[in-house]
Design a protein around this ligand. Structure first.
Ligand SMILES: [Fe+2]
Length: 188
């Protein structure tokens, strides 16, 4: 029989199984897409470059998650997995904010899980109050995740990914999503 304790330990194990190579290839894909979508939106080279950087670094806060768990393994309330995973965008921002990165990069990372309808995290920002860079990352991040193999499923093909994203269109800025669709179709 599974106790709450063993379930808790399993959650911790899953967080500790941080797959660096998978995170890096995800970062590279998001980086390339963020550059291309920014260019499609008519942004200048400097903006596109900054978005490529933000794409590469957007999930860097996940590296910090294990540190927060150390020493707290016995408190089931503190190690609820979702809560910790949801901290990664803020942790990434905190990690990078004094290292000379532009506001565009930092704000894009901090808010890359905000949804256009206000249901995201960490601040429940809504619509255009979400920085544009974060709205771009949101679309590219979801696409990259769905179009890549995961330990528990194979990658979806491009048309299925687009269908799945349309089902969740409330999460995205429509102008960004349309630019993203043009990028994907032009590269087919
Ligand atoms: Fe993320």
């Amino acid at each position: 029989m599974q106790t709450a304790q063993t379930q808790t330990v399993k959650s911790v194990d899953r967080i500790l199984e941080f797959d660096l190579s998978q995170e890096l290839s995800h970062g590279m894909l998001v980086s390339n897409l963020a550059y291309a979508v920014s260019a499609e939106l008519g942004k200048d080279e400097a903006f596109c470059y900054q978005m490529a950087l933000a794409g590469m670094l957007h999930d860097i806060g996940k590296l910090k998650l294990t540190g927060y768990i150390n020493g707290q393994e016995n408190d089931p309330l503190l190690i609820e997995e979702l809560k910790y995973v949801r901290m990664h965008s803020t942790l990434g921002y905190e990690e990078l904010k004094d290292q000379g990165y532009s506001d565009l990069v930092l704000q894009s990372i901090l808010y890359h899980h905000e949804n256009y309808d206000g249901s995201g995290y960490p601040s429940n920002l809504r619509g255009d109050s979400i920085p544009l860079g974060a709205r771009i990352l949101r679309v590219c991040d979801v696409y990259a995740a769905l179009s890549s193999d995961r330990p528990y499923r194979k990658a979806f093909d491009v048309s299925t990914v687009i269908e799945l994203m349309i089902d969740e269109i409330k999460n995205f800025d429509m102008e960004v999503f349309l630019a993203f669709q043009r990028v994907v179709h032009n590269n087919k």
